[in-house]
Structure formats: C-alpha cells, structure tokens
Design a protein around this ligand. Structure first.
Ligand code: CMC
Length: 430
C-alpha cells in the first residue's frame, strides 16, 4: 500500500478532514477512513459493501469492466489451460506456482490426508438421507474441528497449515460421502494412486460391483471447474470466512461459515438454481416456452431472474464463463449429449438472452455458473450437489484469504457499525 495523497472531506459547518489515499498494484485507489469516526464522529454508510475495500489483499484481482481475473497475478485463462487444480492451490496458498519438487511434496502432503476419521461416517449417518448436501457439508466441515482437535489453533502457523491440508484433502472425500449416503450406495474410500480430481470422481461414481473407468476429458473438465472456482477475492463467502475467523475461532469453523454463506442462490447456489430453472422451463413446455419465460424475467413485478446471468463485479463478461463454455462443449461432445433436450434448451436460452436488448443494455452476460451447472449435470453430478462442488473448490481460496488476514499486522476483529433507525429510547409502561 503506498500513500498517494489525501482526500478532503467537508462536513458540518465549514469543517474539513484530510483522509489518506492509498494505491495498490491494480484497481481503484482507496480512501482510508479508519480514523474518520474519531475525527468527525461519523460513520460511513455502505450496505452491501458497494464502495468498501474490506481488506488489503495480494491474492486475487478482478477487473470487472475488462472481464479479467488474476490469481497471484496470473490470468485465469493461462492457469486453466496450463495448470492443474493442486498447482493452483499451491499458488493461492504460497503466492508462487510450484516447481517440480515443490509440486511433488505438496501433492504428497494432500494425498496423505485424503482419508477421513472413520467416526465421521457415523456423524454423517445422523442426517436424513434427503438432507440438502450443503446442510450436510456445513455440518461435516464444522465437525472437523471436533475430529481434528490438534489443528484448531488459528494462531499457530503449523496448526493452520495442517488444517489447510486436511481441508483441501478431505473435502472431496466428505462431498463424495455425502452423495453416496443420499443415494444409499456404499461409501468409496479414496485411492491415493489417482490424481486429486480423478480420485474424487471415483469416490463419487464407483460402486463395488464394477470396475470404474476414469474418463480423462471429464476429469479435466471437473478440474477446470475447481480451478475457476478456487478464489474470487472478497465475495460474500470469503468475507464471511474472514469475519468469522477474525474472532479467533478455529479454521474448520470459519470454513464451515463460508460453506453456509456459499449456499445462497445469489452466490454459490446459482448453478443449482440455473439448472432448476432449465428443468422448470422444460416442464412448462421446453423451447416453445422460452419467449414466455424471458417475458417474465423482464417483468419487474415477477421477481423471476434469469439464473446464471449477471454478476455484481463483471459488467462486461465473466472470463470464467468463456472457459467454462469451451469445456461445456467438450464434455457434451465427449458424451454425445448435444441433442439432449435440456442442453439444447440451455443453448437456446443463452442465444436469446445474448441478443435481447434487456440483457445487453444491462450488461447481463452468462456467468460461470450457467455453464458449470450444465457441465456438472452432463458428468452425472446431481443438481443439489453442485454448490458442494463449488465449496470443495473454493475451500483453498477461503484458506488463503484467512491465512493472509491472520498474517496482517493490521488485522482486528471485524465489527461493522450501523445507522440506527429504530425506536428512540423509551420506557416500558407497567
Ligand atoms: N435476470 C434478470 N434481470 C437481472 C438479472 C438476472 N439474472 N441480474 C440483474 N438483473 C437486472 C436487475 O433487475 C436490474 O435491472 P434494473 O436496472 O432495470 O432495475 C439490473 O439488472 C441490475 O441488477 P442488480 O440486482 O442491481 O445487479 P447486482 O450486481 O446487484 O446483482 C447478481 C448481481 C449476480 C446478484 C444478479 O445478476 C443475479 O441475481 N443473477 C442471478 C443469480 C446468479 O447467477 N448469481 C451467480 C453470480 S456468479 C457466482 C459468484 O461469483 O458468486
């Protein structure tokens, strides 16, 4: 952070205050308002954090106007094409891409932690079989603090490192366990001779009665979903993890808070919501009803949104969506699904929305979740599990952000203020 000058704020009757202005390496400068309350007795008001930088971070940068996403300075397009998910994890956690030896060590570390405490199966069995996977995942991730009590001290760097490896390694196992439990199939244990994503797919789809064949196109597609979802700077779930951890709670609890936040349909739940929307249109009559559906979306009184379209930050295009669209066509080709009615419907919806003035004028482009939902559905991942897959991928980003916060000498417990607009002080009448 370098100080670039001052911004002067006039307030009250002829009073002014000078506030420092800092510049980062990319993106807008910031006005430092930390002392504003002390100097003026006023708070700033910014519900939804539309103009507030909540921290100083060196992990991920988004230029929403350009449609650019960088992890540690590397464009997402280059990472998605040249790296795998575990290399991306290393980059997010440590700041640099690993060399061959560093990668070997990191992969070895993660691989050694893929199994989960056997007792976690019994904990899992306490859930209803029809429980939403995100309810189960919030519970399982939070429960890791009970199963791994030797790595819950947030202020101990070694314990933080072990909890990070455990989370990255065990999330695929837990997600697959949650799925197998729902469908009533035996839990498949991890196999450490497989890569991270291939191992996850085997735990999801293998059954003891048959040999499971790894399909490299599908593994690469899922690995790309993981890379594209690994971090996204200070979004709602990441800010939740930071805020939660700022109280000094343990890393598993903070990541569980992130999982809970991600569940919402305006955030990680969008890919599930997008697929459900496609099912609804299909039930109502399919392609012939798209026009009617779009009319509803445009009607301000309908509260219907085109799920998988629009983004708070990307106002030009979502760079992840372009990559995911490419993967989407690869997967549909590999599986011979281009003529499947649901996927045809998705492609027609995409075409109509991209040409419709309502969406064009509001800069509402398909976001990553529109395509990632289609890819996951084609791979065979059930719709309610989509957000759990997102959580699996985002866990590394949450951890990197949490570690960065703890290492920041300026870190304090997060405590927003408010503009109180309720009843004035009054007395209870007896
Ligand atoms: N369908 C129809 N209209 C929309 C949509 C949509 N998906 N998104 C925004 N609009 C309209 C909105 O009605 C408003 O119109 P007007 O100016 O006439 O009032 C205008 O576009 C601006 O909308 P906004 O709500 O102010 O935009 P926002 O930046 O607050 O919302 C959003 C961003 C992602 C919540 C929203 O676009 C949305 O609800 N999209 C659908 C859900 C979705 O796909 N979310 C996933 C985001 S990507 C995953 C991630 O990175 O977490």
């Amino acid at each position: 952070m370098n100080e670039k000058g001052k911004a002067t704020l006039s307030y009250g009757e002829g009073k002014t205050v000078d506030l420092p202005v800092y510049g980062g390496s990319h993106g807008p400068d910031v006005i430092d308002i930390r002392k504003l309350y002390g100097q003026t007795g006023m708070f700033t008001y910014d519900p939804g954090f539309l103009s507030t930088a909540s921290c100083n971070s060196a992990i991920t940068f988004i230029d929403g106007d350009k449609g650019e996403l960088l992890y540690r300075g590397y464009p997402i397009e280059q990472l998605a094409k040249n790296c795998d998910f575990l290399e991306t994890c290393y980059l997010l956690l440590k700041g640099e891409l690993p060399d061959a030896e560093q990668k070997k060590q990191f992969v070895g570390q993660v691989t050694n932690h893929t199994m989960v405490h056997e007792q976690m199966q019994f904990f899992l069995r306490g859930f209803r079989r029809d429980a939403h996977p995100m309810a189960v995942m919030t519970g399982l991730v939070g429960a890791m603090s009970a199963f791994y009590p030797d790595s819950i001290n947030l202020n101990d760097a070694k314990q933080r490192e072990i909890s990070a490896i455990r989370l990255i390694a065990k999330l695929p196992t837990l997600t697959a366990m949650a799925y197998k439990y729902t469908v009533g199939q035996p839990i498949v244990y991890p196999r450490n001779d497989l890569g991270y994503t291939a191992n996850f797919m085997r735990m999801m789809f293998a059954v003891p009665a048959e040999e499971y064949k790894i399909n490299d196109v599908l593994v690469r597609a899922l690995d790309r979903i993981f890379i594209l979802h690994a971090d996204h700077e200070q979004n709602a779930s990441t800010s939740t993890v930071r805020l939660c951890a700022s109280s000094g709670t343990n890393p598993f609890a903070a990541i569980a808070a992130g999982v809970a936040c991600l569940w919402g349909p305006a955030h990680g739940g969008a890919n599930e919501a997008a697929l459900n929307m496609l099912y609804d249109i299909q039930r109502d009559g399919g392609e012939a009803k798209i026009g009617e559906f779009i009319t509803k979306v445009k009607d301000k009184n309908s509260n219907v949104r085109l799920m998988g379209f629009g983004h708070r930050v990307y106002k030009n295009h979502d760079p992840r969506a372009k990559l995911m669209r490419e993967t989407c066509h690869e997967v549909l080709n590999e599986l011979g699904l281009h003529d499947d009615p649901l996927f045809k419907l998705a492609m027609s919806l995409e075409k109509i929305a991209l040409e419709d003035d309502y969406f064009v004028s509001r800069k509402l482009y398909p976001n990553v979740d529109f395509y990632s939902g289609i890819v996951q559905k084609a791979i065979g991942i059930p719709v309610p599990l989509f957000t759990a897959i997102f959580a699996l991928a985002r866990t590394v980003g949450w951890i990197a952000q949490l570690n960065e916060m703890i290492a920041d000498p300026e870190y304090k417990i997060g405590r927003p203020r408010q503009l109180y607009a309720g009843a004035q002080r009054r007395d209870v009448k007896k």
